[in-house]
Write a protein of this length. Structure first.
Length: 466
């Protein structure tokens, strides 16, 4: 079966470092280096998911098919990629190796869910909540193992999975940051249930484990350890037909299904260099920016259009496989959305209106125009440019239309300030930054509406003040 690999198997698109070009590396190690670069780009979404799974298993009491949640809005100790500090997160890292699993989502009465169910490669299986398959009526999502042939009972949203593992991200929407509203969002989220199909007649109580207040670091490791995570995915999951071309590529770096992964010291050193090269390329691709939302303004949708198209068709076009765009996307965030632009829409930038990188030592103003086209809320969050996670040691990361005490201008617009210190009198509209590093901004629209898409409402660039 033929799939175009979007350049990802070209193997020569990056120049080797000087110590390789001058002959210091034997040819077989040069091959390891090249294929290590390609393996990182190709494997990014699966390793991204595995890092979160392993962090859950090693840092918390939660197991697979339990629910890990944060009882407070995300703070800097939640070191996942671009988490939302204005929502309550519930996650279940499911495994259907032993049979189908049910994810039960409550109806939107007294709360609502913006949810996504994805497989091990973060391929969206379905969205949940008012903009998902249940349309806010509540639903039972049934995840089936690969090749499942048994009769499925009625009353479920049936989701055949190509992989044995995956995860469900269910955001319980808040109406404000008031303690009462946070508690309501947590209580609503605890109505979610996860259980095996075999126990559907009398489901056991779902185990909820609170991760708030503890470090949870799932940032991408750009070193040789990345390939150990990738090996775990290869050993756990079946080969997808579209990825069979990678079997020999991975064998070259010591990853082979059914065989132990045990690189020697020399290979580990080469893979460390390969990871650094891949990181440099992925970072450079991000810095180029994706195609912008509005001409002349730097904000861009947080996923490239070719990747979005491929995902929404389940990679149905045999002549397209945007592995490179996918790799860049999953260095920035996690989860896949089946119905992009319904429950939420994301705009991203790492530059100001003059095209300069956002500098944590500077002070910036972003003016959010009046009448933001959202049904629920908008928010803007600052992240560490290097890790794409929340900036360490900061006591707040975002301003949202639901943030307590935010001041609005006379024309209905809102000025949001970013910098190491709050401008005088602007403390309530200020997000702190680290003066020692660069940062990036993510603007979320929950329940996006037509003026965003017909471009009658436009978000301007942030402007540096000093």
């Amino acid at each position: 079966m033929k799939y175009a690999f979007a350049g990802a198997l070209a193997l020569g698109f990056l120049a080797l470092p000087a110590w390789s070009q001058n002959g210091a590396l034997p040819l077989d190690q040069q091959m390891v280096e090249r294929r290590g670069v390609e393996a990182m780009i190709w494997g990014m979404p699966a390793v991204n998911a595995d890092l979160m799974r392993q962090e859950m298993l090693s840092r918390t009491e939660a197991k697979q098919n339990d629910i890990l949640f944060w009882s407070r809005p995300a703070d800097w100790q939640n070191q996942t990629l671009t988490p939302n500090p204005d929502s309550i997160y519930f996650m279940s890292f499911w495994n259907v190796k032993d049979g189908p699993i049910v994810i039960e989502v409550p109806p939107a009465d007294g709360g609502s869910i913006a949810g996504n169910i994805v497989d091990a490669w973060q391929m969206p299986l379905e969205d949940a909540g008012p903009e998902g398959a249940d349309q806010g009526k509540g639903g039972k999502y049934l995840i089936l193992p690969p090749g499942y042939q048994e009769t499925v009972p009625e009353g479920y949203v049936v989701l055949p999975s190509a992989t044995f593992t995956g995860f469900t991200l269910l955001r319980s929407n808040m109406t404000s940051h008031a303690e009462e509203d946070i508690a309501k969002a947590v209580a609503y989220g605890k109505r979610i249930a996860v259980y095996p199909l075999t126990q559907a007649e009398n489901p056991p109580a779902t185990k909820f484990v609170d991760a708030s207040g503890a470090m949870f670091d799932a940032t991408i490791r750009y070193d040789a350890s990345f390939y150990a995570n990738l090996d775990r995915v290869v050993q756990t999951e079946p080969w997808l037909e579209r990825d069979r071309a990678m079997i020999d590529q991975l064998r070259a770096i010591g990853i082979q299904k059914g065989k132990p992964y045990a690189p020697d010291a020399a290979t580990t050193k080469v893979l460390d260099q390969a990871a650094k090269q891949a990181h440099a390329w992925l970072s450079a691709e991000y810095d180029k920016g994706f195609p912008v939302m509005n001409e002349g303004i730097g904000w861009f949708p947080a996923a490239r259009a070719d990747f979005v198209k491929a995902v929404q068709s389940s990679y149905g076009d045999r002549d397209e496989y945007p592995v490179d765009a996918r790799g860049v996307t999953y260095t920035l965030g996690f989860t896949g959305i089946k119905r992009i632009g319904t429950a939420q829409f994301y705009l991203m930038t790492s530059k100001d209106k003059d095209g300069a990188a956002l500098d944590g030592a500077g002070t910036y103003r972003l003016t959010v125009p009046a009448n933001a086209p959202v049904e629920r809320y908008w928010s803007v969050t600052a992240y560490d440019r290097e890790t794409h996670a929340l900036i360490h040691e900061m006591d707040r990361a975002s301003i949202a239309s639901i943030t307590e005490g935010v001041k609005t201008n006379a024309d209905g617009s809102v000025d949001v300030y970013f910098g190491p210190d709050a401008p005088e009198g602007k403390e309530s509209n200020w997000v702190p930054t680290d003066p020692k590093g660069k940062f990036e901004l993510l603007f979320r629209l929950y329940g996006p509406q037509k003026p965003l898409f017909d471009k009658s409402w436009k978000l301007p660039d942030a402007e540096r003040l000093q």
